[in-house]
Structures are given as C-alpha cells and as structure tokens.
Design a binder for this molecule. Sequence first.
Ligand code: GLA
Length: 701
Amino acid sequence: MNPKMKCLIAVAWFAMVTCSPVYAQERTPSKRFNLVEWNGGKFVYGADYYPEHWDESQWAKDAEMMQAAGMNFVRLAEFAWVKMEPAEGKFDFAWLDRALKVLNAHGIKAVLGTPTASPPAWLYAKYPDIAAMDENGVRYRYGSRGNFCLHNPSFDAATRRIVTAMAEHYKNHPGVIGWQIDNELGDPVCYDAACRAAFQRWCRSKYKSLDALNKAWGTTFWGHSYLAWSEIPLPWNTLGKAHNPSLALDHRRFHSEATRDYLKLQVDILRRISPKQAITHNLMGMYDGVDYSRLAEPLDFIAWDNYPMFGENYANYFGPGLAHDLMRGAKNNQNFMVMEEEGGLPGWSMFWGRQVAPGLYRAWAYQAVAHGADGICYFRWRTSRYGTEQYWQGILDQDSYPNARYQIIAQTGKELGQLTDLLKGSTLSSKVALLVSPDSRWAFQIQPLVKDFNYDRQLSLYYGAFRRAGHCVDVLFPQSDFTGYKIIVAPSLFVVDTKLAGKLTNFVKDGGTLVLTYRSGVKDENNVVTNQTLPGPLAELAGIAIHDFDPQTNQKQEVEDPQGDPHPAKVWFDILDPLSAETLATYGNGYYAGKAAVTRNHFGGGSVIYVGTEFASEDAYSKLAHYLAPGTDMRLDSNLPEGVELAWREKGDKKIVFLINYTEKSQTVSLGESMQNALTGNVEPAHVEIPAFDVKVLTSK
Ligand code: GLA
C-alpha cells in the first residue's frame, strides 16, 4: 500500500472511532430479580451441602462452622431422589426436615434441588427405557447420573411425582427460599424411538408440510426427500459429517427446546404449588449443547457452576470472565448467582491440576461479584469420602479441619456481608457487547469449516482485547436488546436470518459500530448457503463483496495495519472487495497480496468493520480494541498489567470498581483518580497498588 493511502486510512479510522454519536436511547431494564432481597437482605453466601453423606451427629458442627464463615445459604438434595422416594410413590422427607432444622437454626436458608439428575436404581430397574440411548442404539446403563431420555413417558411421570411431592412438602417451609431444577441439564442426546418420534413431531409443527421441510432442508441433494414424517431420521454422528446440515441444525434446536421443555415441566409444577419460592437452574457457562438464552426464560434468575481451573496460568482470567458475562447476558443482563464456585482442587478419579494459592478462591469470588453475581455458593462444603468425587475437593477436607481454604472463604464471607448494602441493586452496563449466536455455534460444530477454526476462541480473542483495554463487555444473543451499545462485535456470524440482519442494520443506522469477522452471512436460518454475494444479507451493511477466500493452507500470511505494522494471520482469509467500504488493512502475501483484509463502511449514523481473517497474536486485537474504543470510563491510559482485572458495577451515578490481581506479585493500576476503598474506608491513590492475589473494591468518593 502506498504511504499516502496508509495515511488516509489511518486518519479515516481515527475519525470514525472518535466521532461515534452518543445514543439517544438507553436499554430499558426489565423487572429484575433481586437476590439480596430474596435472601432477606443478605448477600447469598454458602455451600453445596450433602447432609445425607455424613453422620447426623456432624450436622450441627457443620452449621456452626458455616455460620462462622459468614454463610447463610446451602443448596441441598439435588442427588437425593432415592432418599426422598425410597420406593415408588413412598416419600421420606424426615431426614431433610431435620437437616433443614439444624441449618435454619444457624441462620442458613436453603435452595432444594429437584433430584431428577440422579434417578434411583429401582426406577431404572422397573423402567429400563428411561435411560437414554446412544447413537449406536445402546441404552445407558445404571451407575452414573443424568443419562435419561427426555421423551420417555415413565420418566415424565416419575419426574412429576417427585417434584410434586417435594413442592407439596416444602411449599410453606420458612427455611426453603427456592428451587434448583435438576442439575446441569443438556446431555446426553438420546437416539431412541421416542426421541425420533418427538423430533418428527417437532418438524411437523415447525414446517407444517413435507414440501416446506424438503424445500427448507434442500433434500433434493442426494435424493433425500421425505414423503412421510415417519421417514425423517435422527442425525446419527456415526454417519460422520455426511448428514444433511439443515436437518442436523434443526435437531440441535429440537434437543435444546426439549431440554427447556423438561425444565419448564418442573418449573410449572413448582410455580403452581409453591408460587412464593424462587426457581433457578445451575447452568455451565460456555457450554453450548443448549441455547441458554432460551433455557433461562422460565427461571427467576440464572445460577451457574464456575470452576476457573486455569491450568498453570491462573493469570488468564478471561475464560471465567466471559462465562460470567455470558451467564448474565443469557437473562437480559440480569444479575445471577454462582451455585457451584470452585472451593478446592478439582478431580474425579485423579486430581486435575495443581493446588492454587488460597487467595485465588477469594479473587474468583470477587470476580463473580464484579461480573454481576449476587450470590456465591461453593462446591462443596466438604470433600466426599465416597464415590466418583473423592478427589474433588470441597472447602473442607474429609477431616473437617478449618484449613486455609476455609479461612479465606470465611474472610470473603465477612467482607461480602460488609459490602452488601453497597452492592444491593447495583448492575453492570457496558458500552461494548459480544454477540453470541447459538445457531452459528451449532452450524460450525456440524460443519467445522477448517481444522483450526474455533468459534469460542474468536469470542475470547475479541473479549480479551476489550477487557485488557479496561472495558466491561456484555454478551448479547440474537433476540437481546441491542440499544444503548456503542460497539457490537459479532464474530463469524455464520447463520443469519432476515430478522437478525434487520436488527444489526438498525443498530448501525442508529450510530453503532458493528464488527463482523470472516465467514459471516454465509448461511440462512435453514443452514443453507446464501445465493447472495458474501457476506450475504450483511454485504450492503459491510459495503464489501467477497468473491474469493482462502482457508488455512499453512502459508505464512500477515496483515498490514494502517500504521504499516504487520500482524501474522491464520485460519481463514476472506479476500475483500471494498464497494462503499474503505480498506483499513491489506494482506501481505500470496496471490492476493495487497487486497483488503479489513474494511470499514459508513452506514447511516454508524459503521461496520469487517475483519476477513483471524490474527495470530493478541496485539492486533488490542490495537483494534483501542482504535474502536479509545479511552474507557475508568480513564486507563494503557492496557491493564497482565493478570490484573478491572470491572465495575453501577448504582445510580456511583461506580463500584473491582481490581483483582491474579498474579503472585504486587501490581499497580492507574485509574486517573483517587477512590475510596469500600472495605477499609481508606482513600486509595490514583495509582492503586494491588498486592499478590488480592482484591481492591473501590467507590467514587
Ligand atoms: C458439576 C456438578 C456437581 C459436581 C461438580 C464436580 O458441576 O454439578 O454435581 O459433580 O461438577 O464434579
């Protein structure tokens, strides 16, 4: 590229990023569930407790130790079906009543798990087909948990019976404030005849006619047209990737909806019988077997299971950070709780990592709070002596000694008690958002594109860049409210329907900056390739045409940015033909050297950046983030030091700022103003020092 061109591009880029208009519209918060009010004014703090695993004589001592650690909450019973229904239709809640009595006497309230994740052996023995069937036609055998078929009538009846009995028994219990439905719903996918018939019914209800289905799926290919609903198969993976991708995407949607319907079946029973108790479910962060934005709809609030398990690099906090934000985003940015927070070293038949410094357990709890958690419940109170999870540490080890984990968790409990009034009612509100498309995620799993492609890695790369630059990031789903954001990054938006294309167009017209990346707008909602020039329904918005692309070929490729700096690139290279767009960066090598790799298009009051490739280094993403959003609300003058996180919640015009140091050395961050330390009451200077593995909670003075 010639120097004059480079200069023009650099000026244009700068002008674009500094002149983004201020939004007239703000997001309207819907009615939000307040966890602190729900828990009688206390920050929800506790542990997952299994009284049935311990001698009753230990319960009072446990409750005392919990109370001394600032705990006011437990989750109970989510795997105790056989204890509560030892024989079909015969119930025994006496043991749970006694456990609740002991816990309640120490100021500890409970959420009860409906125990359907672990059906009793007698139920399997009597109704063997409640077990899911794998794709080879083999039914799961008894011995683990969760392996049930979502469409089995006997399991449906057994579910209704136990949930109804629990709801009737506990509907007026003052120590039971809510319910967790099942446990980590989502797997496995069942391939038995009941599920196949259910899928056929689902297709019928969606498409109404076989003509419509055949057209939508393009079954003319390989002569796969269906002439009767009963001919429609399940997409067995044993066929490799040879199945019709449209059928496969619909099957993902079907499984996701079936999972939500199963959850809703239980929610409806509980709401009917005990309308005053709140209902949640423990989700799994980045897990993608289910569309969490839909699963969350029937719930009062989201809870999720957070095991940071950073491997050796504890300083990389982006993984759990993104998962927290995705959990918040799955319920319209509403605050949530962590139902299983890592309370010790994880493992099953063996330990899975190294032990971490006790301070990290506190740091991870504050990270959750900084991202919108109004409750922390550790998994688990004490490590099990029995079963699969003997190597999955709880807070206490089997000997109940008040170890270092207990001490730091107790300290955190006291601090969160102290911060409750401040935190109560505060929320997150970011200017930058990441759009997650469940359809695109599934479509890429069905057809993985190229060997090294990874949708979630793209999410993380953009997420990490904005977070390092000091921005909070919200996560949006296609049906979320897009108003109020300045920047939406929508990595590899592969599957786009006209509704989503329209929402994005309005967002840009109204002044937003949209970042699109390679393989966007390729498929319609049926997972069928568009016949428009790429990026399909987003082409006009992006102001480009793509007539050629180059998947990873192990060649050396690099992209030159407006400052002339080269950035190595990999995986995929969309060769962009700018129409109304300007070129911001070009490819350095190959037959398309000099052609556009990154473009920017003004559209309405906003603009669209199209990044046609994946950069191989974080630097390019950081540079992009700084260009797109120069300056942050916190007036950081550069990236945060590695391993230090900055996030904040807002309450009126007050900011509650969290600085978390995940490294073993002291770090300094310059916030541009002195602030008050909410824990000590001291004033912290503009250059705040955060000791190793420590946390600072600051408020504007
Ligand atoms: C999950 C489950 C828990 C427990 C932990 C640790 O999060 O919900 O029941 O099994 O993992 O393995």
